[in-house]
Design a protein around this ligand. Sequence first.
Ligand SMILES: *Cc1c(COP(=O)(O)O)cnc(C)c1O
Length: 373
Amino acid sequence: MAVLRHGRLHRYNVVPGELGETALLEQEFAAQMGAKYCLAVSSGGYALATSLRAVGVKPGDPVLTNAFTLAPVPGAIASVGARPIFVGVTENLTIDLDDLAAKLDQARVLMLSHMRGHLCDMDRLMQMCDAAGVTVIEDCAHTMGAAWRGLLSGRQGAIGCYSCQTYKHVNSGEGGLLITDDEELAAKATMLSGSYMLYERHLAAPGPEVFEKIKYTTPNVSGRMDNLRAAILRPQLRDLDQQVQRWNERYDEIAAGLLDTPGLTIVERPEEETYVGSSIQFLLLGWSPERIAEVIRRCAARGVELKWFGGAEPTGFTSRYDSWRYADSEPLPASDRILAGVMDMRVPLTFSLDDCRLIARIIRAEVGAVFQA
Ligand SMILES: *Cc1c(COP(=O)(O)O)cnc(C)c1O
């Protein structure tokens, strides 16, 4: 309300001595994540594209990324004129590290998407990428608040990117955050986002001497966050841990209800992973498309809306590497087999625990009915 009343919505529109909401948001998020630097931007996709620019990806460059992710990820790569090289997915719905190992020599950047909140073996991944000299940019759109062996998601790679749009873990309608410990990447990202020469109004950016080195050679590709969204986000970030707990109570309830359903595989969660159960996935491996469509139809008739990554056509948010036809992709048969059976459901906090138990019972009954037919 204060921001609306004073009307200084632009992040650099501050009166003398005032600390703008956007700068404060960055300072608080950096501290929360244990990162040196943070930049707030207009969307998660913009944070990803800005990261690619900051690490020096040029038109035509190859960039490794997940075959199983959502459209903003290959879209960010395409937006800088680069070429995605897709890496396969495992039954844990994480990046296939053997496939990655085979492709590591093809690019110098990996845009790693922690799709649907599943973290791969981050120790092995970072070891592989460090050894190969591959820079890792993390897409943490689904892992804000998650951790691998206690280290928060987004802190392993050179840059961590987050989305603040309505369907993510904090909600300002649209928005994104980027964190890094690298002063030059932070300065470049800040200039790229459209800071003009006002970078000294940041609280979580490197000192002016770092900007001096890059300010004439870094273009402005405006995509700033504004003070109103920052004001909306600050209290939500303070609540994040509690929200994570609420998501996980719901996730665990649904997962428990689906356990040992014949024909259905629940995606395993490794012990090293602290997850955020804001969505749940299960696999119907080896099922025909017709039978999966029948499960979806029967669940929908009882009010349970399931998303399916194996459908012939991309619908809503679900699409697959082979739907992004602007990017050349090699066939990935092992991944196709898995993607054909990936079922997905968001777990909004508006669901009560009773809702979650009921949803699990419905899915269990309908999967069972079609499986036995
Ligand atoms: C939402 C999302 C993003 C970023 O999305 P924006 O809509 O640009 O904020 C990136 N990656 C994944 C996997 C996402 O789901």
